[in-house]
Design a protein around this ligand. Structure first.
Ligand code: HEM
Length: 144
């Protein structure tokens, strides 16, 4: 493989890791928001500001991670027509859906309409870990 390909793949992995750092931490903020007493306006506003900034930053990282991945796939033809790549793309679509659900949950918090428990957000938080692990196994092991 050319060094250009390897540099592209290295950049892809860096932005994938950064994107997922956002997807691991955002639900953690939601756990804390679900636990904030109704009277603690300052703490609620502080957590909402953190979540808004992190969501915006994670969205930029998502675009870069996916653009670099598309460069590897379409630019160098790696994985074309292979089962592991199709399964990986399905998980990527699921991860984009998870990212968008984080946006909608943030909006619910901003509207003061959250009815879900901190326990629900703790379980929700584990979904991003499972998506990450499954995608890495698919692309590194290439089981099919
Ligand atoms: C549309 C989105 C994506 C596309 C088209 C894509 C495509 C690719 C391609 C073609 C490779 C090179 C595979 C190889 O050299 O064997 C790659 C590597 C990699 N991708 Fe993605 N990817 C995408 C999103 C993601 C996501 C969301 C993750 C999250 C875990 C991820 C994790 C990785 C890893 C860890 C590697 C390095 C694999 C290795 O070195 O063997 N990718 N990606």
């Amino acid at each position: 493989m050319t060094s250009g390909y390897l540099w592209l793949k290295a950049a892809h992995i860096v932005f994938v890791a950064a994107w997922f750092a956002g997807l691991f931490y955002l639900p953690r903020i939601y756990v804390n928001l679900a636990l904030v007493p109704a009277a603690s306006h300052a703490e609620r506003e502080r957590l909402l500001l953190m979540a808004r900034r992190l969501y915006r930053f994670a969205s930029l990282l998502m675009v870069l991670a996916i653009a670099l991945g598309l460069g590897l796939w379409l630019g160098y033809g790696v994985g074309r027509g292979q089962g592991w790549m199709h399964a990986k793309l399905a998980l990527v679509v699921a991860t984009i859906g998870y990212h968008d659900l984080c946006r909608r949950l943030l909006h619910t918090f901003e509207q003061g309409g959250n009815r879900r428990s901190d326990r629900w957000y703790r379980v929700f938080n584990e979904v991003s870990v499972l998506l990450f692990a499954a995608t890495v196994v698919l692309v590194v092991v290439k089981p099919f």
